[in-house]
Design a binder for this molecule. Structure first.
Ligand code: BES
Ligand code: MN
Ligand code: ZN
Length: 491
């Protein structure tokens, strides 16, 4: 779908916005002649429309407009509407019209260039579909909407405000696509090849294959992938946009399990298909790197993703195995389904050893327990540093990717002590998400600023009424990461 900015509204459909005022509905700017009277009549006709966020009235073939459809969209109280509110307003119109038959849409919001850019961003995010494999989809079920033009008195200004948001949208769309890709198509090898293609954006890409990782002693990561037909990979994506190319980067680390069957500790059948999304952490990192490169962020950032497939096989790792991580610590595998932490252990080591990052944030669909704790609303945040934690809390809030801080501490850590190795990969049954975080923490150097985001509940969602997010893979993480860098780590 194409996004444009224009001075005048025109299209098959035109959407206007209304606020929830003290004394009833308040209309926004730019109403065409006859519209206000028609709107008032419709609202009075027991519509229940108050201008509240998410409310929507639709008029077909009104005799007072050139357009085939006119929509009135509520955005809530004028004082409380923020960027996210405008994004959702633009998104809700696109969601309504995407497969309606309408081909062009004009959004008539406040003339302000910055708000126009936010409307455009929301419209674009709502237009995302993962339709590439639906070869016999009926034409009436395919998106009809091809162009959205946002009306503003500063088209050039809006275009430049939109540019960094378009960069971010591109990253989000890639992350969503990667999460949705089926595991027979996206395996560690094909995934690494797709990441390599991103070099054309100006990212420096480095791919470590199994011999390279074996040489570095990455027995923890390699153990997880040893039952797969696909070779494991570690991909490094670098963006050096800072004036000082040598300045220590921020490291973003992602779990990239392209399919998690559980391995020999096999998962139950129902819902196992969802484990194609177990690379959601890596997708967020790759998407964020795309956003940074596309908007030419003035920061040094390195993304590292560990790509493996966790399969049961004669060659697969067993419960009881002891592996040696690159950090030199041995791990007793008591459950082959606690594999994400084993992948991250070696990627974390490499990130710190090779790049000495000023801060390190890892993202992983790590535990089912985080869904029990926080549902699909918040991701779990674990950190050894209050400043980084507060930055993530704030970034998540403005970007609509909220996180909730959970505790860490030695009492939880003790669950990982093993009788025959330096640690085991699971604890007892209590505090599963925290124990997972503690495991990763064991691979964080003393004094290193670190945060872990458990995104098992947010990387994909069953039903989703947020118009900014599609039905399954959400691309969760691109926004919070891009905002974190933009607000705190740029020149
Ligand atoms: N990938 C799963 C976690 C997960 C569960 C993500 C549900 C998304 C939805 C992870 O590898 C896993 O299997 N974790 C185990 C850990 C346990 C064995 C300690 C879990 O959560 O049961
Ligand atoms: Mn698992
Ligand atoms: Zn997993």
């Amino acid at each position: 779908m194409q996004i444009k900015f224009s001075a005048e509204p025109s299209g098959d459909a035109i959407a206007y916005f209304a606020y929830e005022g003290e004394k009833g509905v308040e209309f926004g700017d730019g109403l065409e002649a006859g519209a206000e009277a028609a709107f008032r009549r419709a609202i009075g006709a027991s519509s229940g429309f108050k201008g509240g966020a998410g409310q929507l009235l639709e008029f077909l073939a009104p005799d007072w407009s050139e357009a085939d459809r006119v929509l009135l969209v509520g955005v809530g109280k004028k004082k409380s509407i923020d960027d996210l509110g405008w994004q959702k307003a633009g998104a809700s119109v696109v969601r309504k019209l995407l497969v309606s038959g309408a081909r062009t849409l004009a959004l008539v919001g406040p003339p302000d260039r910055a708000i126009a850019a936010q409307l455009a961003f929301g419209a674009r995010l709502a237009a995302f579909r993962f339709d590439g494999y639906r070869l016999t989809l009926k034409p009436e079920k395919k998106p009809s909407l091809g162009v959205v033009s946002v009306v503003t008195d500063s088209t050039a200004g809006a275009r430049s405000d939109y540019a960094p948001l378009a960069a971010r949208a591109e990253g989000i769309e890639l992350a969503r696509t990667l999460v949705c890709e089926p595991p027979n198509v996206l395996n560690p090898e094909t995934y690494a090849a797709r990441i390599s293609d991103l070099a054309e954006l100006g990212l420096e890409i480095d791919v470590l294959d199994e011999p390279a990782m074996a040489k570095l002693g990455m027995g923890s990561l390699l153990g997880v992938g040893q039952g797969s037909e696909s070779g494991s990979r570690l991909c490094v994506l670098r963006w050096n946009g800072s004036k000082d190319k040598k300045a220590a980067p921020v490291a973003l680390v992602g779990k990239g399990v392209t399919f998690d069957s559980g391995g020999i500790s096999l998962k139950p059948g129902p819902g196992m298909d969802e484990m194609k999304g177990d690379m959601g952490g890596s997708a967020a990192v790759v998407g964020a790197m795309v956003a940074l490169a596309r908007r030419k962020a003035k920061a040094n950032v390195v993304g590292l993703v560990g790509l493996v497939e966790n399969m049961p096989d004669a060659k697969a790792q067993r419960p009881g195995d002891i592996v040696r991580s690159a950090a030199g610590k041995t791990i007793e595998i008591l459950n082959t389904d606690a594999e994400g932490r084993l992948v991250l252990a070696d990627v974390m080591w490499y990130a710190q050893k090779k790049f000495n990052p000023r801060a390190i944030v890892d993202l992983a669909t790590l535990t089912g327990a985080i869904i029990i704790a926080l549902g699909h609303e918040h991701a779990g945040l674990f950190s050894n540093n209050d400043e980084l934690a507060d930055r993530l809390l704030a970034s998540g809030k403005v970007e609509g990717e909220p996180v909730w801080r959970m505790p860490v501490g030695p009492g939880y850590d003790r669950q990982l002590d093993s009788e025959c190795a330096d640690m085991k990969n699971i604890g007892n049954r209590s505090a599963g998400s925290i124990v997972g975080a503690q495991f990763i923490h064991r691979f964080v150097d003393e004094g290193r600023v670190w945060a872990h985001l458990d995104i098992a509940g947010t990387a994909w969602k069953p039903g989703n009424d947020n118009p900014l997010e599609p039905l399954w893979g959400t691309g969760w993480g691109v926004r919070i990461l891009d905002r974190l860098i933009a607000d705190h780590y740029e020149d």
